[in-house]
Ligand binder design. Structure first.
Ligand code: PHE
Length: 348
């Protein structure tokens, strides 16, 4: 470069050509920066060329100066163009890498599913709803009177032992041990009008948790009160329910039982749907599955609800959806319902 002379335009062209070839080889912003530093930077080739100005004669200087400036400008323009090109290519690469391939199968969004207890409760409420029963919501926390006393279980009544109770700090306030606790509330709200309601809800019992018993479970209670209601109405309603819920082929039978709040009392069995009543492990080779407790509302309970037992009669029943879901789906551990294991919960 020391021999550079303003007369030899070749040198300018040679520098420009070399710089342009090197520029075209730049592939990314880092290489571009190095090129700029080496070419147009403060210690770059072109800058070094312009230093030679001092060695030139007065006539040569303006010509040389013009040419150096033209070279600088040309390379600056080339540099900007190349930078835009590199940016555009990078953008294109990013776009094509993230492009949507419409031929790929879609990703299914994960949606929640209803809890098996909810499914069974809703199916039951729908069937009773079709038969004219309304849903009656009643509280989980009640006084002793609703859960026991007004249901014909005075203090010290031995039937209270059947249901180990969770008490609050106020000894008179309990977590309901059965949905029957809502019967009195419904009666006091409706009397002296006739009633046809189902009461779904969570119940609580202070028991050892095992595969067969939990401290919390759902029940769905049914209550019908009116004039002239008989045990035949009870049998008809529950048999129809069993057929709709378990299938038209199912048989039902009623066994005498005891509950303090119904008289007479019964338990309903449905013919085993696993073995069609031939006998299997599920029905313990009896051919029958016990599914609910029921009876005619006790006169004392009717009176506590505001109805005159001389004029009114009624029936009530109570059943547990978890137990029924276990029978229906062949589950052997009730703890799965509150275990929060999605592998279990999403199966239904
Ligand atoms: N409440 C009883 C129970 O929890 C079931 C029942 C309800 C029985 C209504 C008769 C009438 O076992």
């Amino acid at each position: 470069m020391s021999e550079t002379s303003p007369e030899t335009s070749l040198d300018f062209e040679a520098v420009q050509n070399r710089a342009e070839v090197a520029l075209a080889r730049c592939e990314d912003p880092e290489q571009l920066e190095s090129w700029y530093y080496a070419t147009l930077g403060r210690k770059g080739e072109v800058q070094l060329m312009s230093r030679q100005l001092g060695q030139l004669s007065a006539e040569e200087r303006p010509i040389f100066g013009k040419r150096v400036n033209a070279l600088k400008q040309a390379l600056q323009v080339a540099y900007e163009q190349r930078r835009e090109e590199i940016e555009r290519q990078a953008l294109e690469r990013r776009l094509s890498a993230g492009a949507i391939d419409v031929t790929l199968p879609g990703r299914r969004p994960r949606t929640g599913t209803l809890h098996p207890s909810t499914l069974v409760l809703r199916a039951m409420c729908r069937i009773f709803g079709d038969m004219g029963f309304q849903i009656y919501r009643s509280p989980d926390v009640v006084t002793d009177e609703y859960n026991f006393e007004w249901l014909n279980m005075p203090p010290e009544h031995p039937a209270r032992d059947m249901q180990d109770t969770f008490y609050t700090r106020d000894e008179n306030v309990v977590l309901r041990t059965h949905t029957s606790a809502g019967q009195i509330l419904a009666m006091r709200e409706y009397h002296p009008e006739p009633i046809r309601v189902v009461l779904p809800g969570m119940c609580y019992r202070n028991e050892q948790i095992t595969a067969r018993s939990e401290i919390q479970f759902h029940q769905i209670e049914g209550l019908a009160v009116g004039e002239g209601i008989t045990f035949a109405d009870l049998k008809g309603t529950l048999t129809e329910f069993a057929r709709r819920f378990f299938g038209a082929e199912r048989q039902t039978r009623f066994r005498a039982s005891y509950f303090p709040f119904t008289e007479p009392s019964a338990e309903m069995d449905v013919s085993c749907f696993q073995c069609d009543a031939k006998g299997c492990r599920l029905c313990k080779y009896s051919g029958w599955l016990e599914i609910l407790g029921c009876g005619m509302v006790h006169p004392v309970v009717l009176r506590n609800g505001g109805y005159d037992p001389e004029r009114f009669s009624g029936f009530a029943f109570g059943t547990g959806p978890e137990r029924i879901a276990m029978l229906k789906y062949g589950l052997d551990d009730i703890r799965a319902f509150w275990g929060n294991d999605l592998r279990f919960l999403t199966q239904f």
